[in-house]
Design a protein around this ligand. Structure first.
Ligand code: 5GP
Length: 190
């Protein structure tokens, strides 16, 4: 998606360690008009899949998931990062390794909101090593729901997540795919 690529080129900030900061339009300040264009694009890609729920992960996926859900006319569930040790039996749970913080944490979704008859679209801001998506996929599978695919804003295609998740047979659609990036050379798209 040219609009997103252009914004990354002009406003993205590349940090050491393969991290792209997009705080001015995606991760901190949010450009809702841009989100709307991304939501429309996700609808174009997944609009005929019978999506009944959008599932994302807190916190940075929530904004884009909500705007996208308006186009799909369905609810959004965000997996919560669990802070307590005791996990009650009324939740689905999975583990995620944070790319940006390097920690492993549990994510949970209440069984009340994910059902076997649901057709679930995953939405997230970034795909890097694939741990966040893998965690969300586990929750969908545990619920016995149907996974329609994953819509990603920015895929860092030089990291293994995209190949890993596609290799599992999951449809992954990314609006911007970064082939390479460096502090000196900037961003190169696929
Ligand atoms: P993964 O689990 O695929 O390794 O990483 C995906 C998650 O890590 C996303 O939910 C996103 O919040 C965060 N993330 C991964 N790489 C980046 C990055 O380069 N920049 C930012 N801002 N977040 C990232």
């Amino acid at each position: 998606m040219k609009l997103l690529e252009e914004r990354i080129r002009t406003h993205g900030k590349i940090r050491e360690g393969g991290v792209l900061k997009v705080d001015s339009f995606l991760n901190h300040q949010m450009d809702v008009k841009l989100f709307q264009e991304m939501g429309k694009e996700f609808l174009r890609l997944f609009g005929d899949c019978g999506v009944t729920k959008i599932l994302t992960i807190e916190a940075s996926g929530i904004g884009i998931a909500c705007v996208t859900a308006q186009f799909f006319d369905c609810p959004v569930i965000f997996a919560k990062k669990n802070k307590t040790r005791n996990i009650a039996g009324d939740v689905y749970t999975s583990k995620v390794e944070s790319f940006t913080h390097g920690k492993v944490y549990d994510i949970i979704v209440s069984k009340e909101f994910l059902h076997p008859e649901d057709r679930v679209l995953l939405i997230d801001d970034f795909l890097a090593n694939g741990s966040a998506l893998q965690g969300l996929i586990n929750l969908v599978q545990d619920a016995g729901a149907t996974l329609v695919g994953a819509g990603i804003c920015v895929e860092k295609a030089f990291q293994p997540g995209g190949d890993l998740i596609r290799g599992m047979g999951v449809r992954v659609e990314s609006l911007a795919r970064i082939k390479a990036m460096s502090v000196e050379g900037g961003v190169e798209f696929c």
